[in-house]
Design a binder for this molecule. Sequence first.
Ligand code: CUA
Length: 193
Amino acid sequence: MSAPVTPAQNPPEGSHHVAEAAERRWTFIVGGIIAFLVVLMVFTGLHWASMPPSRVEVIDPRTVHISGEFVESNLGTVLDSNGKVTTRLVAQQYSFEPQCLVVPANMPVTFRGTSTDAIHGFIVGRTNANTMLVPGFVATFTTEFKTPGEQLMPCHEYCGTGHEAMWAKVQVLPRDEFLAKAADGRRLNCVSR
Ligand code: CUA
């Protein structure tokens, strides 16, 4: 037996309909949010499982030398018509191509590199120019060299028996000297001078 309802506790006529409608509305809203999140989770899970992380470009390591951005004639440093400086290089067991890079001081330089075999990497002297080169991916970063001079650029990922002999040089030229040399759009390196 339930206790008799006193008039004070008795809700006004029709208010349970209002409560029911509100509850149903909120059930739909919360259900919609949950469904949206589940769809989002499934989509991003499948999407990222089949894609490399953001801003990572893929490349076929078997055709790097044959066609595309990393053919030999396109390696080295180029001054684009829009004033941007890009240095392209390829790593393979056990050398870098080019073996001597030319870059300007005191302006942004974008490195773009890849590997054709094992995982390599490089660091330029004591600067923050430092990346891994993974076959199948294009590594890219932008940095600025503060002082002109020559820097060593060793491979810093163990890549096989010749790893410790794998290194290149980087010539940091004064900005004006670089701009004069690069003005004609040539791919610059310091392998052959
Ligand atoms: Cu290449 Cu270590």
